[in-house]
Every structure is written in C-alpha cells, then in structure tokens.
Write a new protein. Structure first.
Length: 318
C-alpha cells in the first residue's frame, strides 16, 4: 500500500486577465501544511473507490499510466469548491498514489492536464510538487479561445519564482459555511466573461506590485510588506471579478475581509480563488489573537464556519 498526502493551497490572484497583454493568467499563491488530502492505493485488476470523484480521477490515472486498475481509499479530504485547491490536490494525490503502488514515476506536471488540472493556474501543481510561495508564467495570450480546450490540450504553466517563507509565519484560513465558489462549467463561463472585459491597466499595476513589492518581500522574508502586497493584488484582481461575483470579494467573504482588515496583527487579507475562503497573514507570536479576530468576524457577520492557522508547506506532497 502507498499513501500520498498533500496540503491545501491558497490562490492570491492572477498577474493578468486582459487579452491586450502578451501573457494571460500567471497564478500567484502558496502551499499550506494544513488542511490536507490523503489517499491510499493498492494494486488491483480494476478501479475500486467509494468516492465518485476519486473513481473518476483514478480512471484517468490508470489510463495515463497504462496499468490495469487500483484500489483507493480517501482518508482525509479537503472541503470542495471553497478556494483551497481541493480538485487539483485530490487529482494529483490519486495519480501519485496509483503510480507509486506500481513503482512508476507520477510525473504530475506532465500528466495533470489529462486529469483536467492546471489549465489556467499552475499554482496547485507547483505546490503539490514542492510547496512554498510560487508565481507561474501563465500562458501565451494567443492560445486563448472562447471555448475551453479539451482535457489534456494544454501544458501546466512553468514556475517563474518560488520561495520558502519564514517558519514562524502563519496563514489564517477562514472557511465560512456558505455557498461553494464557482467551479466546472460555471467557472469556465465566468472566467471567459471576465477575460474578455478585463482592464489591461490593472495588469500593469499588478506587475509593479509583483516585481517591486511582493517578490522582494518574499526573498527577504519581510512579513508586513509581503502581506501588503498580496492584499493589494487580491483587491486588484477583485476589480476584474466584481461584476461576476457581486463585488471585489464575493459575499460573504467581503464582510469577513472588511472586519479582519481592522485587526492589527493580520495583514494581506483576501479571498482565495472564487472563495468563500478568506485568508490573512500573521506570525506564531500573534496566532491566538488572529484566530480570535477571525472567530469574532464570523460571529459579527452571523456566520458559522471553521478557523485554522497553518504554516506554509516547505515541501510538496508526502
């Protein structure tokens, strides 16, 4: 038996969504130690899995690897469609577990498209591979089509920057009990609409934040400048999505963001992907105060939900 475990990821936003610029997308995000998805696999003559999504990913993995089958159990799961990268991490964990139980290399970056992953952002694939804070190169804008490409008809964008972040940094992750974020065909349709309307001036502003603020802060391990940069990038991305999601941050994430921005020990507050997950950055010393602020933010907005503090993953999947 082989067991593969991978941490969630946060997605801070894209570098560009405008067709007027030469490269499209360019994901920015970070791998987390917690929460995790864990999959165990054994060789089998057919596909055996209780979870229907695991079965679908197993079918694709078996086809990729040219093996007869696999018996899979899902031991830990990430909440789906909340902004933690659950689909990509589950797909890649399924592929890696299936490959390893046959003594094969998973080659997740190469095979992720055949599992339907890594089509826009490469952050989830990159954090599965090696954790850390990552920025990817995006795709040439000329490849954009109004209809989504068939599964497998793309390559995962390469990583252009990766940094380990200080061990005492903690990401505050707030998961409100709310409607899941957009996914599947609905997400594809929304993204195409956003891309076709995106203001290129926002891309130019984000480029300055990435090169002059975010990357230097990551390289030097400076928490507040890093937090300020991801917060700014999140809001600029939100201006692209405002019509599609009902505001710079989708409800109820927007109310939580507004409340947490007033907390002096939390910086870089934003919404991961389509939400509703809200994140913020603090350090080990102020973790308890940050957690309490998040719980109060949920209470103030009349929401239930989970709050956790987690370190940045320094390695990829185990």
């Amino acid at each position: 038996m082989v067991t593969v475990s991978a941490g969630a990821r946060l997605h801070f936003g894209f570098q560009n969504l405008s067709l007027a610029r030469r490269r499209l997308y360019g994901g920015i995000g970070v791998g987390l130690e917690e929460p995790r998805v864990t999959v165990s696999a054994e060789r089998a003559e057919e596909i055996e899995a209780d979870d229907p999504l695991v079965r679908e990913y197993a079918r694709r993995a078996v086809d990729c690897l040219g093996v007869p089958g696999v018996s899979l159990s899902l031991e830990e799961r990430l909440p789906r469609h909340v902004g933690l990268g659950s689909g990509t991490q589950l797909a890649l964990a399924t592929l890696a577990a299936t490959a390893r139980c046959y003594g094969l290399e998973a080659r997740v970056r190469e095979r992720a498209p055949r599992l339907g992953r890594g089509g826009r952002s490469g952050v989830g694939v990159a954090t599965f591979e090696s954790g850390g804070f990552v920025v990817d190169a995006g795709h040439p804008t000329g490849r954009f089509t109004t209809e989504p490409p068939a599964a497998g008809d793309w390559t995962v964008p390469p990583v252009v920057a990766r940094h380990d972040l200080p061990a005492d940094w903690r990401f505050l992750v707030v998961v409100p009990d709310a409607e899941p974020g957009r996914n599947g065909d609905g997400e594809d349709a929304s993204m195409r609409t956003v891309v076709e309307r995106a203001d290129p001036a926002v891309s130019d502003e984000i480029a300055g934040v990435v090169t002059r603020k975010l990357l230097p802060a990551a390289a030097e391990g400076r928490l507040e400048p890093f937090g300020d940069a991801i917060g700014e990038i999140g809001r600029k991305n939100g201006s692209w999505y405002a019509d599609a999601q009902g505001g710079v941050f989708r409800p109820p994430a927007g109310a939580i963001v507004d409340t947490l921005e007033g907390c002096p020990v939390v910086s870089g507050v934003g919404q991961s992907s389509w939400g509703p997950v809200v994140y913020g950055l603090t350090d080990e010393t102020h973790a308890a105060e940050a957690r309490e602020a998040a719980r109060m933010a949920l209470e103030d907005d009349g929401l239930e939900g989970d709050v956790l503090l987690t370190a940045v993953a320094s390695d990829g999947a185990l």
